[in-house]
Ligand binder design. Structure first.
Ligand code: AOF
Ligand code: ZN
Length: 337
């Protein structure tokens, strides 16, 4: 087993917690001596022990001299919990291998010097495993450095770009595989957001229908369309009421959402909200699921209702992934800025 292999094990522990730790990042740790796991752990929820603490406390034997693999740089100042660097020193860990540095300005890069000064060897991951550890915390990194959540835009569309037909029916655009995948995506974000028109037409629960999945914030962006009382529950944030939304400034609305501890939000439509987010440059990632269907109906609902642009100024997207979901096709894309 190489350092990268052990870090991959730690990354797996962290990945299982994605969507559960807001506003903290998901972090995993494994403590190893002579090719044997002494203990492992993950950060399970904000306010609870960090991954290193759970890992070191789970060690079946004294971790003195052992190697600690952790997906994120250990913290070095007191937040809701005491600094992990102190515990790592107190337990006399011999070596720490870090998946990626902490973008949180309170900690960024400090652990490396602090641990080395205490005689602990420190290595920083590189290459593929470092990228995997960075990807794990991409929403946290954006939120902590910019005050804005990481925004994913998911739309299920026909090949001619419609998310609903002329009667606003949208339930069966994509097939069962794509719908099951959509539940997993919901389970891994902090909040799910839609325009109020979508709520009026579909009354979506916006919750992941998966056993054990935590409940998400439902963000209803009401511009023009009021939200009916029966569509509001304890997990609902009505943008004008709860996020100070003025009907225009989506950036300020997202900032208010981030201030509530939401590191990432999944926008599931409708087309106008999707277009407005794209026009405002607020989307980090698009998840477009294309069903092999076409409607050809001028009254159907366009998915990407962006402002008109000429070909020279077209919205450009960089493909990150293409994947079959049953008969449907997922395109994961990033706007080119
Ligand atoms: C770690 N391991 O498992 C996590 C870390 O308020 P606190 O005490 O929970 O500290 C939160 C900050 O600690 C968070 O913003 C991030 O910088 C770091 N998170 N650090 O060493 C962990 N979750
Ligand atoms: Zn910590």
């Amino acid at each position: 087993m190489t350092d990268a292999d052990w870090l991959a094990r730690a990354a797996g522990l962290a990945e299982a917690q994605v969507g559960r730790t807001a506003p903290n990042p998901a972090v995993g740790a494994v403590c190893v001596r002579a090719g044997r796991v002494l203990g492992e752990g993950a950060h399970l929820r904000a306010g609870g022990p960090h991954a290193e603490v759970n890992c070191l406390n789970a060690c079946a034997e004294n971790p003195a001299g052992a190697t600690l693999y952790v997906t994120l740089e250990p913290c070095s100042t007191t937040g809701r919990t005491p600094p992990c660097c102190d515990l790592i020193k107190a337990r006399r860990v011999g070596r720490v291998v870090i998946g990626c540095l902490d973008p949180n300005p309170r900690h960024a890069g400090r652990a490396v010097g602090l641990l080395r000064a205490a005689g602990i060897a420190v290595s920083l991951a590189e290459g593929e495993i470092a990228a995997r550890c960075r990807a794990l915390i991409a929403p946290f990194a954006k939120a902590i450095t910019t005050g804005l959540p990481y925004v994913r835009l998911k739309l299920a569309m026909t090949l001619d770009g419609f998310i609903a037909d002329g009667a606003r029916a949208s339930r069966w655009v994509t097939g069962p595989e794509a719908r099951a995948w959509a539940q997993e995506v919901r389970a891994r974000v902090d909040a799910v957001m839609v325009g109020a028109g979508t709520v009026r037409d579909d009354h979506p629960s916006l919750q992941p229908h998966l056993p054990g999945a935590p409940q998400k914030w439902r963000v209803l962006v009401d511009r023009g369309t009021p939200v009916a009382a029966e569509d509001v529950d304890a997990r609902t944030l009505v943008a004008t009421r709860d996020l100070g939304y003025d009907g225009h400034d989506l950036r300020a609305m997202l900032r208010a959402l981030c201030a509530r501890g939401v590191n990432d939000v999944l926008c599931e439509g409708g087309g106008k909200l999707a277009g407005a987010l794209l026009d405002a440059g607020l989307v980090d990632e698009l998840l477009l699921v294309y069903a092999p269907k076409a409607l050809g109906d001028a009254a159907a609902v366009r998915g990407l209702a962006i402002a008109p642009r000429g070909l020279a100024g077209a919205l450009r997207l960089e493909p990150l992934e293409r994947r079959a979901l049953g008969a449907d096709t997922l395109l994961r894309l990033r706007p080119v800025v």
